[in-house]
Write a protein that binds this ligand. Structure first.
Ligand SMILES: [Zn+2]
Length: 261
């Protein structure tokens, strides 16, 4: 059930009997030369499409922008930043809370959104509410125990995992001819890059934050090369995430709400 399709009396009736609401949260940002800027909204949207087949929890409209400071210099990326995203999430959840929502399930597509989400979650907890973060690309590796063994690539940014998910949604959105290696540049010969935000020294990863475009011109990061992606794998991940989230929501609805502090 989409909140934007309901009348206000329907919303009033829903919140009289239900205190759970789903909020999809994405980002508009570079995902490598081969992937669409809307990757982080398209995947949560598809998860919700499957989830809705079995679950009638109200879904608020997608928040299409997120906090993406590191990727901001790639063309097309739009960054709300930490403070604005925190304000947006606060306004959305407080509005819904005023109508009766107490349990919030955020289906999140982007890692940079997690710090503002953490902050909003704790604010809500202190007000007698609960917020659960469904960070699909992290959860999916633990949902089905044997995935790690079958697919030895752990999800990065714009790598095989996300590329597979977008191929499952619409293969036409992935430019396979643009898939290429994405070598990372360190800050010196002795301090090579080991990730988007780290350099490696004597086997230890040290965060030295830089704009991502200085680290890799291509814009995808991780151990899971986009070439390993298949639409079948993507569909399996999206369906497994939707099934898991549906089961989670049923249990989450029964959890006792905290006392306001
Ligand atoms: Zn992403």
């Amino acid at each position: 059930m989409r909140l934007e399709h309901m009348t206000w009396p329907q919303a009033e009736a829903y919140f009289k009997n239900n205190d759970t609401v789903i909020i999809p949260l994405g980002s508009l940002e570079c995902h490598g030369r081969h992937m669409p800027l809307g990757t982080d909204t398209l995947i949560p949207e598809k998860i919700i499409e499957y989830l809705e087949e079995k679950n009638d929890t109200v879904v608020a409209p997608m928040i299409p922008y997120g906090c993406t400071d590191y990727l901001a210099s790639y063309p097309g990326t739009v960054n709300l930043g930490h403070d604005v995203l925190y304000q947006v999430l606060t306004a959305v959840t407080q509005s819904l809370k005023a109508h009766g929502a107490r349990r919030f399930v955020v289906i999140n597509g982007h890692g940079g959104n997690i710090p503002p989400l953490d902050r909003v979650s704790l604010d809500l907890y202190k007000q007698g509410c609960l917020l659960a973060q469904m960070n699909w690309w992290q959860m999916v590796w633990n949902i089905t125990g044997d995935w790690e063994g079958r697919k030895p690539w752990h999800g990065g940014h714009g790598g095989g995992e996300e590329t597979a998910a977008i191929m499952a949604i619409d293969p036409g959105l992935v430019d396979r001819s643009a898939i290429a290696d994405a070598p990372m540049t360190g800050i010196s010969d002795e301090l090579p890059a080991s990730g988007m935000r780290t350099v490696r020294f004597k086997g230890v990863d040290i965060p030295v934050n830089r704009m991502s475009r200085s680290v890799s011109e291509n814009g995808w990061f991780g151990d899971d090369h986009p070439l390993v992606a298949t639409a079948e794998w993507g569909d399996e991940m999206i369906r497994a995430s939707a099934d898991y989230i549906g089961e989670f929501i049923e249990v989450f609805k029964k959890a006792e709400l905290p006392a306001a502090v």
